[in-house]
Design a protein around this ligand. Structure first.
Ligand SMILES: Nc1ncnc2c1ncn2[C@@H]1O[C@H](COP(=O)(O)OP(=O)(O)OP(=O)(O)O)[C@@H](O)[C@H]1O
Length: 225
């Protein structure tokens, strides 16, 4: 259990490198996440939080540095391996749920499983289990427009965890919810993460939520402190 799920070493990332408008965002950034550990990432706006999450989630590439996920060196992996690993080992949650409006809650949770090759029957079974765990059993066949904001975000968590990833990355997952709903939804997320033993990195501006995680890190001057 006690193994790094994510290991970033000396990660550097600039936008528009070598040009007059170059923005140096990450400057030799190091971060290790262990299995079963929930880490909060607190960072001022514009400090590179999304850039870091995108690199860790294989949605963007670093200019230099080492990146290991689930024991695999991804620093020089090709697109196919990056896509496979992203699909199987990484779950994402964003501030806005990004559920597909024409599909039901259960179908939204089934889609990533089917994309990973799972049969419809077992994908639906897993979706219903997750909805049950998050208190949404009765909402399985509702479309996102028929759900409240907090319910939509809970469905987004279920979708992120559907393939049992080893790493969960969340960018302000409760940022657009009122404080009470945010607290409840956060508890649900923690319950899900705890029940799987995955590593999670959760960006938030909410210091109270950050304090409830196992470990707090900040991003300052392009580095984790
Ligand atoms: N594609 C891009 N081209 C040029 N600069 C960019 C690009 N994307 C981001 N930046 C700049 O890089 C810096 C870090 O951006 P990033 O989105 O990672 O910040 P953030 O910490 O997530 O901010 P926020 O909390 O406001 O979303 C910012 O100064 C931003 O303006």
């Amino acid at each position: 259990m006690n193994e790094p799920v994510l290991s970033l070493t000396g990660i550097c990332k600039s936008y528009n490198p070598g040009q007059a408008n170059e923005v140096r965002v990450l400057q030799s950034c190091d971060l290790t996440l262990m299995a079963g550990q929930v880490t909060s990432l607190v960072a001022p706006s514009g400090s590179g939080k999304s850039t870091l999450l995108h690199i860790a989630g294989l949605l963007d590439t670093a200019d230099s540095g080492q990146l290991q996920i689930a024991g695999r060196d991804m620093s020089r992996a090709d697109d196919r391996l990056r896509t496979d690993l992203r699909r199987m080992e990484i779950g994402f949650v964003y501030q806005f749920h990004h559920l597909l409006p024409e599909f039901t809650a259960a179908e939204n949770i089934m889609l990533p499983q089917q994309a990973a090759g799972k049969a419809v029957g077992s994908a639906r079974k897993r979706a219903l289990e997750l909805l049950d765990q998050t208190g949404l059993a009765e909402r399985a066949d509702h479309r996102p427009s028929e759900l409240s904001g907090g319910e939509q975000q809970r469905v987004a968590f279920c979708r992120a965890l559907a393939n049992e990833p080893k790493l969960l990355l969340a960018d302000e997952p409760t940022g657009n919810l009122d404080p009470e709903t945010s607290d409840h939804v956060f508890d649900v997320l923690m319950g899900l993460v705890r029940s799987t033993g995955m590593a999670a990195l959760i960006a938030t501006h909410n210091m109270e939520l950050a304090a409830r995680m196992d470990r707090q890190v900040r991003l300052s001057k392009g580095q984790i402190v």
